[in-house]
Design a protein around this ligand. Structure first.
Ligand code: ADP
Length: 183
């Protein structure tokens, strides 16, 4: 499904984010930036060691105690088709009483802002926090789609944002939410 939002296209598809040819893909990393499971593991294994080397440098220079939840940093894409990887840390779901919603919004917003500041035109996102971090996808998808709508309506520099869902079930949920919010 493709939706025109301001000057940008928001696309929702099923797929593997490591296969996407966009200027940047977003990695739902953990604050160590040293790799992990899920999307993070897949990005580092397909992208090769260059990404991890750059993450180590970011830790040494900018974030010695780790990247805080909601912030975003950028590295090259190594061997991936994407030129850049934007690493952000989504919140761990702790029952919804710990500002998880605000932190999830910040993870999306700060990734989008960083992309714009680097002149990136196309960017692909996975469903941040809804894997190992346990955020209920019904709630996370509402926050994700609303955050994109608000951002893209005001900021016209991104040409395309692609939401890459990993299963039919996840795609169905995001499509349902997108239809509610846009139509
Ligand atoms: P988090 O730790 O932020 O929860 P995960 O990587 O564990 O991140 O999962 C985030 C979401 O990405 C989950 O819905 C998971 O099913 C999905 N996912 C896992 N691998 C991929 C992939 N290669 N491409 C796109 N989405 C993926």
């Amino acid at each position: 499904m493709e939706i025109q939002v301001g000057n940008s296209i928001l696309e929702l598809i099923k797929g593997d984010i490591t296969d996407i040819s966009a200027d940047a893909i977003v990695n739902p990393a953990n604050s160590s930036l040293m790799g992990g499971g899920g999307v993070d593991g897949a990005i580092h294994s397909k992208g090769g060691p260059k990404i991890l080397e750059e993450c180590k440098r970011i830790r040494e220079t900018e974030w010695p105690d780790g990247l805080p939840t909601g912030k975003a940093v950028i590295t090259s894409g190594g061997n991936l088709k994407a030129k850049y990887v934007i690493h952000t840390v989504g919140p761990v779901w702790l029952g919804g009483f710990h500002v998880e919603a605000e932190l999830l919004k910040q993870a999306y917003r700060n990734s989008l802002k960083l992309a714009v500041s680097k002149g990136i035109k196309s960017i692909a996102f996975p469903s941040i926090s809804t894997g190992a971090y346990g955020y209920p996808i019904e709630e996370a998808s509402q926050i994700a789609v609303k955050t994109f709508k608000d951002f893209l309506e005001k900021e016209g520099k991104l040409e395309k944002v692609i939401f890459v869902l990993f299963s039919d079930y996840d795609l169905e949920i995001y499509l349902h939410v997108a239809k509610q919010i846009f139509i």
